[in-house]
Design a protein around this ligand. Structure first.
Ligand code: UD1
Length: 330
């Protein structure tokens, strides 16, 4: 009795979570349509753990097929749901696609779980649900603000669907996931051109891009650049296992922030990257990016008290691992 459904298990956070599940004695049952990742992440987890993975290439939106697969498996104790589109910019261009896929994949998983008397759903949410919070650090009781993008709106709607379902659940609101496993075998393999800060810093350091444009230095923050809470993806992955165990034990619905609690500015992040990797990053200040909030970082009290989880890795560990992925990714 240790099987865990992992939808989107071949993705960036999903593959790191599958690895942690295996390390802790669980068996991931991976459902992924490989639409925005690669089979290499599955092979990577297999190669690190020396285990053959139970992987089905399937779109989670097909409830019928999902039902057939899950029916064949015994000993399922819960599900971790990652399968969703994630590019904020693409969600602005093609909102219908985001609303359809992100809501449908969740609804079909919930239907199948209820149909087969399965319980315990862990959901991949985001701090984007808070919009621009009124006070910092932001805790889980802060209200939803108007979503900055259709992507953010899908996360808010998914949380509401889960709230209304009969399942026991944990929604994890991630802050900014960065870094990779040091093997260089698993990581972010999405087809999207990088749009997030750390992958762009890496491309500039590597020489794939001429320079980093810092989006605004006139915010009301410590140095005028935006402040975020960057969390190592391996720490984030572990939070899912704690969440699953918590969900099984407490038979309830809950929500947790998953961040370090540390707010770092864009300029500080670049400086630390340069120092810990001993490499220069060309940069230039540009205008603000539409939809950015000035400052957000997490209140970690609730996750530390109830999930018994806190981030262990430093920002330097995370930025070194991000650079290692850029240099050594397979
Ligand atoms: C965004 C999403 C978040 C999602 C995360 C990971 C929003 C509000 N947030 O976070 O929900 O989980 O991506 O996909 O949509 N920056 C630059 N130059 C660049 C790139 C970024 O200065 O070339 C700045 C941004 O303006 C921002 C900071 O770096 O201030 C972090 O940006 P990014 O890595 O894109 O993450 P978020 O926008 O915080």
């Amino acid at each position: 009795m240790n099987k865990v459904i992992v939808t989107g298990g071949a993705g960036y956070i999903g593959s790191h979570t599958c690895l942690k599940l295996i390390e802790l004695g669980y068996e991931p049952l991976i459902i992924d349509n490989l639409s925005n990742t690669s089979i290499e992440n599955i092979k990577g987890v297999e190669s690190i753990t020396n285990k053959k993975l139970n992987f089905y290439e399937l779109d989670c939106c097909s409830a019928q097929k999902l039902d057939m697969i899950i029916k064949k498996e015994n000993g399922i104790i819960g599900a971790i749901h990652f399968a969703a589109y994630k590019s904020v910019e693409e969600s602005v261009r093609e909102p219908e696609k985001f609303f359809y896929n992100n809501l449908k994949s969740l609804e079909s998983l919930i239907d199948v779980m209820i149909n087969q008397n399965l319980n315990n759903l862990i959901f991949s949410s985001s701090c984007t649900v808070y919009g621009s919070p009124d006070s910092l650090p932001v805790d889980e009781n802060a209200p939803f603000k108007k979503a900055e993008s259709p992507y953010g709106e899908t996360k808010q709607l998914c949380e509401k669907i889960i709230e209304k379902s009969t399942l026991f659940s944990v929604c994890l609101r991630y802050f900014n996931p960065i870094g990779s496993h040091n093997s260089g075998l698993i990581g972010d393999r999405s087809a999207d051109k990088p749009a997030n800060l750390v992958p762009i810093i890496c491309e500039v350091a590597y020489g794939k891009r001429e320079k980093l444009i810092i989006n605004g230095n006139d915010y009301n923050t410590k140095d005028g650049t935006c402040v975020r809470d960057y969390i190592h993806v391996e720490d984030l992955a572990l939070a899912h296992i704690n969440a699953l165990e918590y969900c099984i034990k407490n038979k309830s619905k809950s929500i947790f922030n998953i961040g370090t609690g540390q707010g770092l500015s864009v300029a500080e992040t670049v400086r630390i990257f340069e120092e810990c990797n001993n490499i220069k990053v060309n940069l230039e200040y540009g205008p603000r990016r539409t939809g950015d909030v000035a400052e957000i970082y997490s209140d970690t009290k609730k996750s530390s008290k109830y999930l018994k989880w806190k981030s262990e890795k430093s920002i330097s560990d995370a930025l070194k691992s991000a650079w290692n992925w850029e240099l050594n990714k397979t």
